[in-house]
Design a binder for this molecule. Structure first.
Ligand code: NOJ
Length: 739
C-alpha cells in the first residue's frame, strides 16, 4: 500500500492482441469501444456486486472473491475492510482480469465515515441546508481518502411511521424538507467533479415508498395510492436526480404489489425515461433473489429477467445476475441492448470517477492520514450536533448556571456508541464524546457526580434506583440521559412501543420526587411517546444520536454556550396508538374541530393532535413575527409569488430561528393536506434585530397530482401561513390562482 498511483496499463494483460482498451478511456477511445470488447460474461460481471467482510444483510453464501475478480466477473464491491484490502482487490481487477476494468468500492456512509455527524433524522432537525451540505462534503472527503468512492447514501425515504426503525435514516415525515435536504446531501457528496479526490458517488435510497411500510414493521408491504407515492415519496428522489445523483438503490418493498426492483413503470419508465436519470440503479442487499419470496418470480432465472428488464442495473450480493443473465441474453430471452444499457451505466460511472485514468487514485496514505477524523471535521460534527438538538420543554431552568453540583444519571450518558447511533460506518465509540464526558469537558469535575441508575436499555434494580435517588437528592440539579440505545433504531429495529424503554419513567418519577430540578436529555432514533415526561419534567432536550461530538454539543446547549434552534422533522405522538401521525393530514368530511360533537374523526381516549408537532422547537430567546406581504392577490398557474415576513428577536440573547412557510390549496380535484410545508429559512438574529425573510412560491411547490393523473397547479384559492411550527402559525394571507 502507499506506492502511489500506478501508471495506466501497468502489468495489465492486453485484450486479445489489441491495444489496451481501458487505458484509453477518457482519452481517445470511448465507453462504447470498451463495451464492444466485452464478452457476455464480462458484461454480466460489471453488474455483479460482491461483499467484502462485514455483512449488512442475511448471509448469501461465499464465493472465491479473488478468483471472481481476476476472471472479470465482478464490477463492484461493498463492505471491504481497510484501504490495503481495497487496493489489493483493485490490483487483481486491473492487473489480472482480461480487460483490467477497475472496481467500484461502495459502503454505507450514512452520516459520516470516521467522524460521525448526527443521524440524518437529527440533521434534518437542524433545517440547515448549509450544515447538511457541509457535513456530506466532509463525509465524502473522509470516505474518498479511505479509498471508497461510492456511498449508499443519502437515504431519502419519507418516514411516515415512528415505529419504523429506519426513521433515523430519513429526513422525517415531510416530502418538501426531505427533498431540500436530499438535494444538499447529493451536492455535498458529489461536489462539482466526481473525479476530485474529495468527492464520491452518492446513492439515493430506497426507491421508493419504503417509509410507508404498513404498521411501521420493517420490510413490510407498502400499500399506498399513486397519489401518495407521487406527492409524498417521489419528491426527494426527483430532487436527487435534479441534483445529479449518480446512483439509486431500489427498495426491498413493493408498489402496487410489485417489488420496486422489478417495477418497470417506476424504474425504467419514470426514473430513467421520464426523469432522464442516467446513472446506475443498484438493488438492495439480495433483493433480486427476494423477488422469489415476494411471489413474483418462480425461480432465480425469472427473478434475474424481471429485475434487469425493469431497470435494476446492478445485483447487490445476490449472485443472481452472475448465474443467470449470460444465458438469458445468449438465448435471446433478454435483449442484449438492455444488458448493454446497464453495463454502459456502470462503465460511465467508473469513467466519471476517474478510475480509468488512474484506478489507484483513491489510495493515498498521506491524504487518508490528514483527512480522516481531522480536527476540522470534528469541529463541524460538534456544530452540526448543536444545530440539530431540539428543546422540547423548558420551564426556565435551562440554560444551567455555572454554580452548584450536577448529578448525571443513566448508562446512556457514558457509552460512545450511543451518541454515534446506527450506521456509524467506521466511527469508533471509544473515540466519541458521550454525554458525561461532554459535561466533564464543560464544567469543573468537582461539581459532577455520575450515577448509573439504570442500564442502556433503561432497566434498573432497587439498589441502583436508590443510589440514583440519593445522588440526585444531594445535587443542585440532575441531568438524566434517557431514550434509546443505538440498537433500538436502524434497519430491522422497528418497535411497537415507542415510550421510554425499560424503567426509565419510574426512575424519572423517583428522581423528581427528590425535589431536585431535573433535565432529561433524550437520545433516540425516532420520535418517542413521552406525555408523562412532557408534563412533569421541567426541561427536555431531544439530542437524537448526535455523533462523534455529541456529548460536547449537549453540554454546549445545557450550559448556554449555544441557544437551541432545532425543530422537529417528525411529529411526536402522545401514544403509539396515534401512529402513523403526521402534520400534513388530509381533510375529512367530519373534521375534529368543526364536526358536531360526538360525530367527528377522533378517538374517545386521546386527542388527535401530537404531543409535539412537526416544526416544534424552543429557543433560549423569543421571536416575534409580523408584516406578511405577498406579491400578488392573483397569479397564473405558471407564475412565481414572492412572500415576505418580518421576524424579530425580542429576547435577551442571540439565537437562530427556522422560519417556516406553509400553504393550503383550499379546493382541488383531489383533497390536499390541511397545510403543507412550502419553504423554510434558518436565520440568525441578535437581540433586538429584525429581519425580512423572503420566500418564493412557484409551480413546483403549488402543483399537485390531479384527478386527471397529471401534475399541475390547479386554479382556485390558496392560503399561506408563516410561523414557528406547524402548530404555531403566526401570520396568514391568501391568493388565487386563475387560468
Ligand atoms: C441493506 C440496506 O437496506 C441498505 O440501505 C444498505 O445500503 C445495504 N443493506 C448495504 O449495506
Amino acid at each position: 500500500m502507499g506506492d502511489g498511483p500506478a501508471s495506466r496499463g501497468d502489468g495489465r494483460r492486453e485484450a486479445d492482441g489489441t491495444t489496451d482498451p481501458v487505458g484509453a478511456i477518457g482519452s481517445d477511445r470511448s465507453i462504447e469501444a470498451l463495451l464492444n470488447e466485452l464478452t457476455l460474461s464480462e458484461k454480466v460481471g460489471q453488474l455483479n456486486q460482491l461483499n467484502g467482510t462485514d455483512e449488512t444483510g442475511p448471509s448469501v453464501g461465499t464465493v472465491d472473491l479473488d478468483a471472481e475478480i481476476a476472471a472479470g466477473r465482478v464490477g463492484s464491491m461493498l463492505n471491504t475492510d481497510g484501504m490495503a484490502a481495497r487496493e489489493r482487490y483493485q490490483r487483481l481487477a486491473v492487473e489480472e482480469s482480461r480487460l483490467g476494468i477497475p472496481l467500484l468500492f461502495g459502503f454505507d456512509v450514512v452520516h459520516g465515515y470516521e467522524t460521525v455527524f448526527p443521524t440524518p433524522l437529527a440533521e434534518a432537525a437542524s433545517w440547515d441546508r448549509e450544515t447538511v451540505r457541509a457535513n456530506a462534503a466532509a463525509a465524502a472527503a473522509e470516505t474518498a481518502a479511505a479509498g471508497i468512492t461510492w456511498t449508499f447514501s443519502p437515504p431519502c425515504d419519507v418516514a411516515r411511521d415512528a415505529r419504523w426503525g429506519r426513521s433515523m435514516e430519513s429526513s422525517g415525515e415531510d416530502p418538501y424538507l426531505a427533498a431540500e435536504l436530499t438535494h444538499e446531501r447529493v451536492r455535498g457528496y458529489q461536489g462539482t467533479d466526481l473525479a476530485a479526490p474529495d468527492t464520491m458517488l452518492a446513492c439515493v435510497k430506497h426507491f421508493v415508498g419504503y417509509g410507508d411500510v404498513l404498521a411501521g414493521r420493517e420490510y413490510n408491504t407498502v400499500d399506498v395510492s399513486e397519489t401518495a407515492l407521487r406527492e409524498r415519496h417521489l419528491p426527494p428522489f426527483e430532487a436527487a436526480v435534479e441534483a445529479g445523483v449518480g446512483s439509486v438503490m431500489t427498495a426491498f418493498t413493493d408498489f402496487e404489489r410489485v417489488p420496486v426492483g422489478a417495477h418497470k413503470g417506476l424504474l425504467r419508465d419514470l426514473l430513467k425515461d421520464e426523469w432522464g436519470f442516467d446513472g446506475v440503479v443498484v438493488s438492495d442487499w439480495n433483493s433480486v433473489r427476494e423477488l422469489l419470496p415476494h411471489g413474483i418470480a418462480v425461480d432465480e432465472r425469472e427473478a434475474a429477467r424481471a429485475a434487469l428488464e425493469a431497470g435494476t442495473d446492478v445485483d447487490m450480493v445476490g449472485h443472481i445476475y452472475s448465474k443467470e443473465l449470460e444465458e438469458l441474453v445468449a438465448e435471446g430471452t433478454v435483449a442484449e441492448s438492455l444488458l448493454d444499457d446497464a453495463v454502459r451505466r456502470v462503465l460511465e460511472t467508473k469513467r466519471r470517477l476517474g478510475l480509468f485514468e488512474d484506478p489507484y487514485r483513491y489510495f493515498d496514505d498521506a491524504r487518508r492520514e490528514s483527512v480522516v477524523g481531522s480536527e476540522r471535521h470534528r469541529e463541524a460534527a460538534r456544530e452540526g450536533a448543536r444545530e440539530s438538538m431540539v428543546l422540547l420543554e423548558n420551564d426556565g431552568m435551562l440554560p444551567l448556571t455555572d454554580a452548584g453540583t450536577v448529578a448525571v444519571g443513566g448508562a446512556l450518558a457514558t457509552e460512545g456508541t450511543d451518541v454515534l447511533g446506527e450506521w456509524r460506518a467506521r466511527g469508533d465509540g471509544d473515540d466519541a464524546v458521550p454525554i458525561l464526558a461532554g459535561i466533564e469537558n464543560a464544567v469543573d469535575a468537582a461539581r459532577i457526580e455520575f450515577v448509573e441508575g439504570y442500564d442502556r436499555f433503561g432497566e434498573t434494580t432497587p439498589e441502583k434506583r436508590d443510589e440514583l435517588v440519593e445522588t440526585v437528592a444531594g445535587a443542585d440539579v440532575a441531568v438524566l440521559a434517557v431514550g434509546e440505545p443505538w440498537e433500538l433504531s436502524g434497519e430491522c429495529s422497528s418497535r411497537t412501543d415507542i415510550s421510554l424503554p425499560g424503567d426509565q419513567r419510574a426512575v424519572l418519577e423517583a428522581a423528581l420526587e427528590t425535589g431536585t430540578p431535573v433535565v432529561t436529555v433524550i437520545l433516540s432514533g425516532r420520535p418517542l411517546a413521552i406525555p408523562w415526561t412532557a408534563e412533569n419534567v421541567p426541561a427536555v432536550l431531544e439530542a437524537w444520536h448526535p455523533g462523534s461530538e455529541g456529548g460536547n454539543a449537549v453540554a454546549d446547549v445545557l450550559f448556554g454556550d449555544h441557544s437551541p434552534s432545532g425543530k422537529l422533522p417528525m411529529s411526536f405522538p402522545r401514544t403509539v396508538g396515534q401512529v402513523p401521525l403526521q402534520y400534513d393530514e388530509l381533510p375529512t368530511g367530519r373534521p375534529e374541530a368543526t364536526a358536531e360533537p360526538g360525530w367527528s374523526s377522533s378517538y374517545v381516549d386521546c386527542p388527535n393532535d401530537p404531543l409535539y408537532a412537526f416544526g416544534h422547537g424552543l429557543s433560549y430567546t423569543e421571536f416575534a413575527y409580523d408584516d406578511l406581504a405577498i406579491g400578488a392577490q392573483t397569479i397564473s398557474p405558471t407564475d412565481h409569488l414572492d412572500i415576505e415576513a418580518t421576524v424579530e428577536n425580542i429576547g435577551e440573547r442571540a439565537g437562530r430561528e427556522v422560519v417556516q412557510l406553509y400553504v393550503r390549496d383550499v379546493v382541488g380535484s383531489r383533497s390536499r393536506p390541511t397545510i403543507e410545508l412550502a419553504g423554510f429559512e434558518k436565520i440568525s438574529l441578535e437581540p433586538g434585530e429584525r429581519r425580512r425573510v423572503a420566500f418564493e412560491l412557484g409551480p413546483k411547490t403549488l402543483a399537485t397530482w390531479t384527478a386527471d393523473g397529471e401534475r399541475r397547479v390547479e386554479s382556485g384559492e390558496f392560503e399561506v401561513f408563516v410561523g414557528r411550527a406547524s402548530d404555531d402559525l403566526r401570520l396568514s394571507n391568501g391568493f388565487t390562482v386563475a387560468e
